[in-house]
Design a protein. Structure first.
Length: 136
């Protein structure tokens, strides 16, 4: 799912759906919701439909497992991206875990570009090694 999410973020969210994603790159500390939050519905809908339809066809049918993958990644997105990285609820603010600090650092680098061009680090769970500091 990380590869699909990377592709979707780089070529769709920073492409033809930039109007929805744009407000995510502009800091507004008073906003409870962003237009970008609509992507929750965009991705949750096929995940839910695939799980429901796939379970009716039998659990050996791939649709169920694809839907489950989309749903699990969506949950990871909420916990990692919304709660941990963007601190919508203040948790794990001062982590010393090298992996968590690396994904936060990579995402912060992604947000230094306010436009849709010249972006970098489009992944969430897998980011380039240069963002990790294992030794000080």
């Amino acid at each position: 799912m990380e590869c699909v999410a990377w592709f979707t973020h780089k070529y769709i969210m920073h492409g033809f759906m930039w109007k929805i994603h744009k407000d995510h790159h502009v800091r507004n500390p008073n906003a409870v919701f962003e237009l970008n939050d609509l992507f929750f519905l965009i991705f949750a809908t096929p995940g839910s439909v695939f799980i429901i339809y796939g379970s009716q066809l039998g659990f050996s049918f791939p649709l169920f497992w694809v839907g489950l993958g989309i749903t699990i990644y969506g949950a990871a997105y909420f916990f990692v991206h919304d709660l941990f990285i963007h601190q919508r609820i203040k948790v794990l603010r001062r982590t010393k875990n090298p992996y968590l600090a690396g994904i936060r650092r990579g995402h912060k680098t992604h947000h230094k570009h306010l436009g849709k061009e010249k972006g970098e680090c489009f992944g969430m769970l897998l980011v380039p090694m240069k963002y990790f500091r294992f030794f000080k």
